[in-house]
Design a protein. Structure first.
Length: 175
């Protein structure tokens, strides 16, 4: 149910408005709150959302619903937010503490080949403080592959990891 409620920094939200077709049902994290008061008859808040797909969105509260309060604290780094986004992309629940999150990612990537691991690490910036993920073209250039092949590798790995869900260390994911 949509509603006009106030959200806070670190809240995890789901986008529910049809105006955002590409992001409908995506989850995101509130990272900034803007007040629209000047030159407006009715002041309102606009929330800057870091979407799970890596895009930054500016949304009103009526376009989203709360999933979980205070998922991210101010001390959470960009790298940890990237790691949480990656785990959510796999339809898994990210661990709360940084140490547990790191162990969870290690377990997920344990049986992935080095080349495939580098695709995921670069694509989701798992060990980088950059917010924006690297493009398929940039990764392909580094690995000497086509961008289509890098995209195929990422999709195959995501599907394989989702299929094994919580037990990625028992199945060999790489081909």
């Amino acid at each position: 149910m949509k509603g006009n409620r106030k959200f806070y920094f670190g809240d995890e939200i789901a986008i529910v408005d049809i105006k955002y077709k590409k992001h409908l049902d995506h989850h995101g994290i509130v990272i900034w709150i803007w007040s629209r008061e000047k030159k407006v008859k009715h002041p309102y808040l606009v929330y800057e959302i870091e979407c799970e797909c890596g895009k930054m969105l500016m949304l009103r509260s009526s376009f989203m619903v709360l999933v979980e309060e205070r998922v991210v604290t101010e001390q959470d780094s960009v790298m940890n937010r990237n790691k949480r986004r990656f785990v959510r992309q796999l339809n898994m629940q990210p661990r709360k503490s940084v140490e547990q999150l790191d162990k969870q990612i290690e377990r997920i990537l344990r049986n992935v080949s080095d080349r495939d691991k580098s695709v995921l690490v670069d694509r989701y910036n798992l060990y980088s403080e950059k917010l924006k993920p690297r493009t398929y073209r940039d990764i392909a250039k580094d690995l000497g592959l086509t961008f289509q092949r890098v995209e195929q590798i990422e999709k195959r790995l995501i599907q394989s990891i989702r299929a094994t869900k919580e037990e990625p260390d028992e199945a060999n994911i790489s081909n």
